[in-house]
Design a protein around this ligand. Structure first.
Ligand code: FES
Ligand code: FES
Length: 152
């Protein structure tokens, strides 16, 4: 089947299998920032935006995004770099596997709610898992980025 979407604001037409997932479609279009972690909607690694809202691309059929504007990390480089500086300053740089999904949700929260409370922030980002370190460094960076008091 044919679909037409806007990938990082570029109009694209593609022939896809009807049961292809958005994650596989995007990676087939040479966008590789989003990763496959759990493939069950539990880790956040595959997060992209559909019409400006974060979604887990492993759980969305590509056919469902017909006509939509899809944004991946490749499309928000400037904002991502700005946030990465906060992570680096706190020694909280993460691996290339989990960072893209976290950054897409952090930037989405910033757009939706530029000044979240600590609770709102933690709730919004609860679906982004890291399997190897803790979250304290990230929380320090997030506290500075969102101008919160120190986050526990
Ligand atoms: S790969 Fe999609 S949520 Fe884990
Ligand atoms: S730093 Fe990427 S999974 Fe932990």
């Amino acid at each position: 089947m044919q679909i037409e979407v806007f990938l990082n604001e570029e109009k694209v037409q593609a022939d896809i299998h009807p049961d292809m997932m958005l994650l596989d479609f995007l990676r087939s279009m040479n966008l590789k920032s989003m990763k496959r972690g759990c493939d069950t909607g539990n880790c956040g690694l595959c997060t992209v935006w559909v019409d400006g809202k974060p979604v887990l691309s492993c759980g969305v059929p590509a056919a469902r995004v017909q006509g939509a504007h899809i944004t991946t990390l490749e499309g928000v480089q400037k904002e991502a770099e700005e946030f990465s500086q906060f992570l680096a300053a706190e020694g909280a740089d993460q691996c290339g596997f989990c960072s893209p999904g976290l950054i897409m949700n952090v930037l989405a929260l910033k757009k939706e709610n530029p000044h979240p409370t600590e609770e709102e922030m933690k709730e919004y980002l609860a679906g982004n898992l890291c399997r190897c370190t803790g979250y304290q460094g990230q929380y320090r960076a997030l506290a500075r980025y969102f101008e919160l008091e120190e986050v526990q």
